[in-house]
Design a protein around this ligand. Structure first.
Ligand code: ASN
Length: 326
């Protein structure tokens, strides 16, 4: 049987509550060995070694844990056949994309979460964990970048997005569609990501203990530039605009960001709209302002890429190339 390493970080997949039919519960109460033991069928698929990396609700996930996970996977790559990372669903797609850009391991790396805690009626935690192990144990899963497995779908780290606060099918690959599916203890792939990932990227986090600070500024009718100014005054190196429509920005925020970009702040234009591309030089002249257009990356994934880009360069032209490649 293949050897699979499960790195646990907490979340609802390890959560428990008093009542199987009430909404209240606490994420991260069940430790990794207990969680794996809840699904004895896993023993027929793989030899599992569990490690509790942290125990957090994923709304408390941070860059220190991201760096720890990437460094751990890179260090343990040769001693295992694949990794499964259990994670809360609130920020799972950010962690997945960070690992997609920083892991240098050709073995499958699969993130998994659950929408219902282990103690809920019809919890999705056991089946999602089982499916994630099946996916990580399949040699077919290698070379496709970091993936997320939930609700029978295999989704790529770059495109996967949480689109619902409650449903078991909360996660979708909105622009490009699923990579494949897992059912009847088997994986089926129909697509491979073409953007560069894992060993194909230039980001090396092996010696990093922190990442450059990048904030996100949200746009809306009557939007204020107070958050943008606060990030600038606090020395942030980059700002991602979660713009309206095709990455559009209201005049107050646009002026503030444009002036700051001239003084060296790196600004990425993305959109609060969940699908479609923020295209370069549309209504906003990115060349004139020195901005970067995010393409199909969401604001929070743009932030992940911008933090990593800033470890290498502050040149908006080079960073624009990263946004096209990754
Ligand atoms: N379903 C979940 O996992 C939600 C939880 N708040 C978390 O992200 O840890």
């Amino acid at each position: 049987l293949p050897n699979i390493t499960v790195l646990a970080t907490g979340g609802t997949i390890a959560g428990s509550g008093e009542s199987p039919v009430k909404a209240s519960y606490t994420p991260g109460t069940i430790k990794v060995d207990q969680l794996v033991a809840l699904v004895p069928q896993i023993k027929q698929i793989a030899n599992v070694k569990g490690e509790q990396v942290v125990t957090v609700r994923s709304q408390d996930m941070d860059t220190t844990v991201w760096l720890k996970l990437a460094q751990k996977i890179n260090a343990q790559c040769s001693g295992t056949d694949g990794f499964v990372i259990t994670h809360g669903t609130d920020t799972i797609e950010e962690t997945a994309y960070f690992l997609n850009l920083t892991v240098k391991c050709e073995k499958p790396v699969v993130l998994v979460g659950a929408m219902r805690p282990v103690t809920a009626l019809s919890s999705d935690a056991p089946v999602n964990l089982y499916d994630a192990i099946v996916t990580a144990a399949s040699p077919d899963s290698a070379g496709r970048g970091v993936m997320l497995v939930m609700n029978g779908k295999i989704l790529d780290a770059r495109d996967v997005t949480k689109l619902n606060t409650e449903n078991l099918g909360a996660f979708q690959s909105i622009n490009y569609g699923a990579l494949g599916s897992v059912s009847d203890s088997k994986v089926t792939y129909t697509r491979t990501p073409v953007q560069k990932h894992t060993g194909q990227t230039q980001f090396d986090v092996s010696k990093l203990t922190q990442l450059p600070e990048v904030g996100i500024v949200y746009n809306y009718a009557n939007a204020s530039d107070i958050p943008a100014k606060a990030f600038i005054d606090n020395g942030y190196q980059g700002i991602v605009s979660a713009g309206v429509g095709n990455g559009n920005i209201s005049h107050a925020i646009l002026n503030t960001l444009s002036n700051a970009a001239k003084k060296g702040l790196v600004v990425v234009r993305s959109s609060r709209v969940s699908s479609g591309s923020t295209t370069r030089n549309g209504e906003i002249d990115d060349d004139k302002h020195g901005f970067i257009a995010s393409g199909t990356l969401s604001p929070y994934k743009s932030r992940v890429l911008l933090m990593l880009a800033l470890t290498q360069t502050k040149d908006p032209k080079k960073i624009q190339q990263y946004f096209s490649q990754y």
